[in-house]
Every structure is written in structure tokens, then in C-alpha cells.
Design a protein around this ligand. Structure first.
Ligand SMILES: *[C@@H]1O[C@H](CO)[C@@H](O)[C@H](O)[C@H]1NC(C)=O
Ligand SMILES: [Cu+2]
Length: 229
């Protein structure tokens, strides 16, 4: 038992991940990091612990070569390099590329990001909070809203690992941004728009949280409300 415990602890310590490949309606990008911008933790797989750092936007210092065409209403998810084994929400954001720039160049700065998807936990048989997609090798599916206007966007996926989040700056953010072009969209006005960094504080109740001390329905995903058109 002791040995098993040590092995589980070792496995948990290594259990970090990146999301190098966007999948649109079941079709993955050609190869890792071709429309998804290569993150700084490509090798280390380390999460971000300070939610106010500049890395919280896209965790990258580079852009990607290509732009994925994504029809509005598409189902999207990401392939993970490891099992997404930690408890915590998955959230997806979009930011529209401003006129005069392009998805292959733009840095996503300013109050430009809206959230279109988040996940809530349930309490499992062992009284642990668990989230949709937990222990999977892909992130949970989300739908690109049909009312989102056509154009180029940055798409951001985020999984927040909360297993150590009862200590300040110990939640771990795993994330990627992809360069996409939305087609067949609508006339919505997505919002609220937030900046990254800016949308999160270390003390937000969804970031500094003891999962053993709350009910599932009391969890508050950090950041803005999900846009509903
Ligand atoms: C997620 O979407 C893909 C298509 O992109 C589909 O093959 C898969 O079954 C979906 N997963 C779930 C859990 O619904
Ligand atoms: Cu981990």
C-alpha cells in the first residue's frame, strides 16, 4: 500500500500537459503547433501558477504558421499530451482579430476576450469534486456559437488544475491559443470582454479554493460570465 501510494504521488507530480492540437468537427490540425501557437511549456509541461502573469493569455512567445477555418456551430476540442487528471474547470475563450491585423500576427492584447464555454463539477461517490473531461486525453467538447460574427479570431483553451488550490498561487493553468477563421457566423455582440492578464486575480474564489470544503454547485469558475447570445 505504501509503495502504491508513493507511485501514485510520483504519477501525480508528473501529471502535467499541453494542448498542441485543435480538433474541429473531429478533424485535427495537420500536426502539433500548426494552427495552435507553441507554448513555452512545450517541453516542461509546467502549468502557470500566477494568474496575473503575462503568460496567462497564451503562454507563448511565438505565433503559428497556419489559420484553421472553423464554421460557426462547429464542435471543437483539443488533444492533450497527457491525461488531464487534475480536478478543475475547462474554459474556452475567443478574441476577434482587429481590422488591419491578422490571426498569424496579433497578440490578443486589450479587453478583447469573451468566454463561450465553461464546466461545472459534480460530487463523485468518494465525495470528490470531479469535472467533465477529467481523466481524459482530450479536453471537453464545446460548440463555437452560431451568432459569433465571421472573421479571424484567437481561440483559447484553458484547464485549471485545482488539486493544490487551497494555497495562494498554487492553482495551475494549462492553456493554448489557436489561430482560426470563423465562417458562416451571425450578428451577435459577444461579451463581456475582458483582458488577459486582467480577468483573474490570485484570490478569485474559483482560483484560491479548497475543493474539500465546498459543494459542487458552489464552485465559481473564474473570469467573465459565459456569453449567451
Ligand atoms: C466530441 O466531439 C467529437 C467530434 O469532434 C466526437 O467525435 C466525440 O464523440 C465528442 N465527444 C463527446 C464526449 O461527446
Ligand atoms: Cu499536475
Amino acid at each position: 500500500m505504501k509503495f502504491l501510494g508513493l507511485m501514485l504521488a510520483a504519477a501525480a507530480a508528473q501529471a502535467h500537459y499541453t494542448f498542441p492540437r485543435l480538433v474541429v468537427n473531429g478533424v485535427p490540425e495537420d500536426k502539433d503547433w500548426s494552427v495552435t501557437r507553441r507554448t513555452k511549456n512545450d517541453q516542461s509541461k509546467q502549468g502557470i501558477e500566477n494568474p496575473t502573469s503575462a503568460d496567462i493569455r497564451c503562454y507563448t512567445s511565438t505565433t503559428a504558421a497556419n489559420v484553421a477555418t472553423v464554421p460557426a456551430g462547429s464542435t471543437i476540442h483539443y488533444v492533450s499530451t497527457q491525461q488531464v487528471n487534475h480536478p478543475g474547470p475547462t474554459q474556452y475563450y475567443l478574441a476577434k482579430v482587429p481590422a488591419g491585423s491578422s490571426a498569424t500576427k496579433w497578440d490578443g492584447s486589450g479587453a478583447v476576450w469573451f468566454k463561450f464555454f465553461t464546466t461545472m463539477p459534480t460530487m463523485d461517490n468518494n465525495k470528490q469534486l470531479t469535472w467533465p473531461g477529467q481523466n481524459s486525453y482530450v479536453t471537453v467538447n464545446a460548440t463555437i456559437p452560431t451568432d459569433v460574427p465571421d472573421g479571424e479570431y484567437l481561440l483559447r483553451v484553458e484547464h485549471i488544475a485545482l488539486h493544490m488550490a487551497m494555497q495562494a498561487n498554487k492553482a495551475q493553468f494549462y492553456l493554448s491559443c489557436s489561430q482560426i477563421k470563423i465562417t458562416g457566423g451571425g450578428n451577435g455582440t459577444p461579451g463581456p470582454l475582458v483582458s488577459l492578464p486582467g480577468a483573474y486575480k490570485s484570490t478569485d474564489p474559483g482560483i484560491l479554493v479548497n475543493l474539500n470544503a465546498i459543494q459542487a454547485s458552489a464552485y465559481q469558475p473564474p473570469g467573465p460570465k459565459v456569453w449567451s447570445s
